[in-house]
Design a protein around this ligand. Structure first.
Ligand SMILES: *Cc1c(COP(=O)(O)O)cnc(C)c1O
Length: 368
């Protein structure tokens, strides 16, 4: 069945082809009862083409499935790719919402610019999410802490081995139901300090949400696991705190001041920005500046720094219990910083699930 729905721009319409092999309500409910993270996908996907000649065209919602790709497609050789990560939340009245999607749209445009990909207009971006929710809304779970993870992405699909920006690109959105990240309470994580490997360098792609940054983080991440840590912290110039490779970091001072690294080699998280806004609303001072690993070490030794937390869409906010390095470790023991992190986490998730007033106008409805 193919039906046409209007897109934000009147000259483009969405062609919607529903999936004849969609999961039954029973199969879907069984998955939603214990989705894990990134294991299961909904029945449909969004697919929009771009070419240097024709711009954005052929917006489609189709059955979820493999993407036909020429073996010479540029992304497979030169990694010309960007992505986003966000969540759809079901509110108590059944309605479906997402959090600050215009920020994700703008960040995808910045990432695309850096990777020489075309910039998808924000209204297309938001529309693509709404189109997917229109057919797959039943996949948004309703249990506490669960959500439908939305993964917009774009890559170079032109078949050409010469090195230049591709003239054919595809934009897609897939969705994957996500369980509550932490069952039985949020546990502090241990972090490994990577000194042999860097995530990004000045003028590089650290500020873009692009797959290559993740590819280069996998080896240090494996090293972290070997050391008994769940995450890895990267430094800039062997000295300045950057981020965890998928989550941003915030230090907590004794007086409640929050300190977070500022650098053009960091991916600017929307979770971090929101948490810092909520903290600032509560009267906390927020410092965005360069922070050295020595400042953190000395600060903990003198009790000037009482804790740290990591934040990102997937895990929201997680206290950092311990930082392990080759020749030293930093241990946070007092509860104050963890309590602050968890209380900010509760306020943020309260807004996302519609239980706390959205005074900044962050929520956008997707199913209307
Ligand atoms: C996505 C991402 C984050 C977190 O960003 P949010 O918008 O908070 O989800 C942090 N670091 C990297 C490298 C990322 O890709």
């Amino acid at each position: 069945m193919t039906i046409d729905l209007p897109l934000a721009r009147p000259d483009l319409t969405w062609a919607v082809t529903t999936n004849d092999n969609a999961k039954s309500a029973e199969e879907r409910d069984a998955i939603l009862a214990d989705p894990g993270f990134g294991n299961h996908f909904t029945d449909h996907m969004v697919d929009v083409c771009w070419s240097a000649r024709g711009g954005w065209h052929r917006p489609r919602v189709s059955p979820y499935g493999p993407i036909p790709l020429d073996p010479a497609a540029a992304v497979l050789h030169y990694a010309q790719e960007v992505f986003e990560g966000m969540k759809a939340y079901r509110h108590g009245d059944g309605s479906i919402w997402t959090f600050r999607p215009y920020e994700n749209a703008a960040r995808m445009q910045r990432s695309a610019r850096r990777m020489a990909l075309p910039e998808l207009p924000s209204d297309y971006f938001i529309d693509s999410l709404k189109q997917l929710i229109a057919v797959d809304g039943a996949w948004v779970p309703s249990a506490d802490g669960t959500s439908l993870y939305l993964r917009p992405f774009m890559f170079a699909k032109e078949a050409f081995l010469g090195v230049r920006p591709a003239q054919k690109v595809g934009y897609y959105v897939i969705a994957s139901p996500a369980g509550a990240y932490f069952t039985g309470g949020v546990q502090p994580v241990n972090i490994w300090l990577s000194t042999d490997y860097a995530r990004a360098g000045k003028g590089g792609t650290g500020a873009a949400k692009t797959g290559g940054n993740y590819a280069s983080s996998l080896l240090p991440q494996a090293e972290a696991y070997e050391k008994g840590c769940q995450q890895v912290l990267f430094l800039d110039e062997g000295e300045y705190l950057e981020e965890l490779g998928g989550m941003n970091i915030v230090l907590v001072r004794r007086d409640g001041t929050l300190v977070t690294p500022e650098s053009d080699t960091i991916l600017e998280g929307i979770t971090r920005d929101s948490i810092l806004q909520l903290a600032s609303d509560r009267g906390h001072t927020v410092e965005r500046r360069r922070v050295t690993i020595t400042e953190w070490r000395d600060g903990v030794a003198s009790s000037e720094i009482v804790g740290a937390f990591a934040c990102g869409t997937a895990a929201v906010v997680v206290p950092i219990g311990r930082l392990l390095a080759e020749d030293f470790e930093i241990v946070h023991s007092g509860p104050a910083a963890d309590e602050l992190a968890l209380s900010l986490r509760a306020e943020l998730t309260g807004i996302q699930y519609g239980r706390v007033e959205d005074r900044h106008g962050w929520m956008q409805r997707l199913d209307a």
